[in-house]
Structures are given as structure tokens and as C-alpha cells.
Design a binder for this molecule. Structure first.
Ligand SMILES: [Fe+2]
Ligand SMILES: [Fe+2]
Length: 361
């Protein structure tokens, strides 16, 4: 479980943020002044610190300098919280070693997005126990995906061949070194677009191999899994990371990620049809109640039907922004309802695959 230290002299703020971060699966400790922020940082060794600039006695900026003096805290992400829009204060904090800042009042979704983003940036730590060729492949993929997210956010296309090569390197090492270590590195973790995409991609690959698809089809299914939600880069953080239930207006905005995804793929050269199918079809349902087209059964590509199952399974088994997590067998049972959504024949094969650890024999 990732640990976060929240330092702010407002008890109301601390209580609120403590509750929100705990809800989404972080272990949280709070401090209400600069001196206890420093002592807690040293004792608690958090994975990330949220530090208010304005605190009595020892200010946030002084606390920041003191925390950075400790060798173990040199690389810990620190996000400053400020009520000031003045550039100088924030610049001073950045110069003293802060990584980022957020200005009060802020939407909790924006804070969670920042926190996830910074924890994501320390993925190296999670991956350092994996075989070195797996680490290299994952780093290659992370860099390619970061560039893809960046370009998509700015309205550009993707470096498709770069993504395909990186995906190929990752599935190769997953085939040879297994997926267990990668999965363990993300399972106790809040979901981010990168991790969600990586997990869906890896399961797509393993399931495709289990189904005896040829090598090219296995790779394209994995690549489709990687890019299925690329349109989410266009959804505002406060909606994408909202810990509470979305209202219908917000849900309509989230649904747009499929259309945005297709726009991004249209702006990208030489995208394979399977990848487009997955992006366009992964929220369709067998009974025609899905979106964006409301198509039914066989009208939905097999790859899209596989993605819908895997997406639901990954959401149930990996802690997401709602903080829920289910055991393998329980998750598989839950996929059977509501009836009419997922392809039952493919679901049966998927259950078999999961229970056999994706090995046929
Ligand atoms: Fe998804
Ligand atoms: Fe999606």
C-alpha cells in the first residue's frame, strides 16, 4: 500500500484529504505543522508528501528544505499546497526541491490525478525486482505511452510504430518471464491510465495466446488493449479521477473517450484494423445497450468482446479510484451479471484461462 503524508495546518482540510486518499487505497498520515511534517516524513517514509506552504512556526518551505536534507527523502515526490497564486512562492518551493504544486481551492479529482501521476513516475521502484530485460521493456513502453498521452492531449496523432515495437518487447518478456511480477507491482495501487492500459494489454496478450491466435493477432490484441482508452486523455482529471459516483452529465462526458480515441487513431498513420475495432467497440454490449453505436452480438468484433471482459475483470481485481478489489473467483462470478452485457462463450473461456493461469496444460 502506498503511503502519503499530508501536512496542513487546517484540521478540516487534513480530515477531508485523509478520508479521500484512504478511500482510494492509500495509507495516510497527517501533520499539522512544519516540524511534525519533517519528523513524520522521516519516521513514516511516505511515497509522496502533500505539503502546505503556509504553516505556523516552521513553514512548508522550511520543512521542504529539511526533508530534502535526508538522503532517503531526496527523490520522494513532494507536492506543495498553496492558497497563493503568487508565482514567487511556488517558484521558491520548486527551487527548494518541490516537484509540483496545487492551488487551493481545488477539485479532489485534480489532486488524485496529480498524486497518481507522481506515484506513476516512481514506477522504477516497483519494477526494480523484475528481471532486467522485463524492466527495460516496461521502461520502453512507459516512455512510448507517455509520449502518446502527451501528443493525444495536444490533439496530435501517435507514433504508432514506436508503440507497436514497445508493445512487442513487453509481450515477448511477459511470454518468457511471466506476468506475475508486473501484476504484483500494480495490484496494490491506484489505477492510472498507464497502468490500466498495461494490465488490459497484458491480459489481452495472455488470453489471445491461450485461445491459440497467431503471433500477429496476439500482438495486435495486446496493442489494442494498450490503446483502447487513449481517448481518456481528453477527459478532464476532475471527472476521470472523481472518487464519487459520476452524475449523468459527467458520465456522458466520460463516454466521449471512445469517440476521442477514434479521432486520435484517425490522426495516426497505418493503425491496424484490430486496434481500431478495440478502441471503437470495447464499450458495446451483447444486447445492444452499450455505446457509442449500440451494436449487438456478432456485430461487435471478437477482440472488442474480449477487451470488454478483460476490462471488467481488471477493474474488479485491481484497486481503482473507488478503492474496491475482489478475489479472482469472486470477480469471475461477478462478470456473469448483469446478463446480456458480456459474451458468455468468451467469458467461459476466459474463466478457464484465469483458473489455469493462462496455461493450456
Ligand atoms: Fe478501459
Ligand atoms: Fe474505455
Amino acid at each position: 500500500m502506498k503511503k502519503i503524508l499530508v501536512a496542513d495546518d487546517s484540521s478540516v482540510f487534513c480530515t477531508l484529504i485523509h478520508a479521500q486518499l484512504t478511500d482510494v487505497g492509500y495509507k495516510v498520515r497527517t501533520a499539522m505543522d512544519g516540524a511534525s511534517a519533517v519528523s513524520n516524513a522521516i519516521r513514516f517514509q511516505p511515497d509522496l508528501i502533500l505539503l502546505d506552504i503556509e504553516m505556523p512556526d516552521v513553514s512548508g518551505i522550511e520543512a521542504l528544505s529539511k526533508i530534502r536534507d535526508y538522503e532517503s527523502m531526496k527523490r520522494t515526490p513532494i507536492i506543495m499546497i498553496s492558497s497563493h497564486r503568487e508565482k514567487d512562492t511556488v517558484l521558491r518551493a520548486i527551487k527548494k526541491g518541490a516537484n509540483d504544486y496545487i492551488v487551493k481551492p481545488f477539485h479532489v479529482g485534480v489532486l488524485l490525478a496529480k498524486v497518481s501521476g507522481w506515484i506513476n513516475a516512481t514506477l522504477d521502484e516497483q519494477w526494480k525486482f523484475l528481471p532486467s530485460r522485463q524492466q527495460s521493456a516496461l521502461h520502453l513502453l512507459k516512455e512510448a505511452m507517455d509520449a502518446a498521452f502527451d501528443s493525444a492531449t495536444k490533439g496530435g496523432g501517435l507514433s504508432y510504430q514506436r508503440l507497436k515495437n514497445a508493445c512487442q518487447a513487453v509481450v515477448k518478456t511477459i511470454g518468457e518471464d511471466g506476468f506475475g511480477g508486473v501484476l504484483r507491482s500494480v495490484e496494490d495501487y491506484n489505477n492510472t491510465l498507464l497502468l490500466h492500459s498495461l494490465v488490459v494489454s497484458a491480459y489481452m496478450y495472455l488470453f489471445s495466446v491461450f485461445k491459440n491466435f497467431n503471433e500477429e493477432e496476439c500482438l495486435l490484441n495486446a496493442l489494442g488493449g494498450l490503446l483502447h482508452d487513449i481517448g481518456s486523455t481528453k477527459i478532464p482529471d476532475e471527472i476521470l479521477f472523481k472518487p464519487a459516483k459520476l452524475d449523468s452529465g459527467e458520465f456522458d462526458k466520460v463516454k466521449m473517450h471512445v469517440t476521442y480515441g477514434m479521432d486520435i487513431l484517425k490522426n495516426t498513420e497505418a493503425v491496424d484494423q484490430t486496434v481500431k475495432d478495440i478502441c471503437w467497440g470495447h464499450h458495446e454490449k451483447m444486447d445492444g445497450t452499450g455505446y457509442p453505436r449500440g451494436i449487438k452480438a456478432e456485430e461487435i468484433s471478437v477482440s472488442s468482446r474480449m477487451t470488454a471482459i478483460i476490462e471488467a475483470y481488471a477493474t474488479l481485481t485491481i484497486k481503482d479510484v473507488c478503492g474496491n478489489v475482489h478475489e479472482k473467483k469472486d470477480a469471475l462470478l461477478r462478470l456473469r451479471t448483469p446478463e446480456g452485457h458480456l459474451d458468455l462463450q468468451i467469458l467461459k473461456e476466459f474463466e478457464d484461462a484465469v483458473l489455469r493461469g493462462f496455461h493450456r496444460t
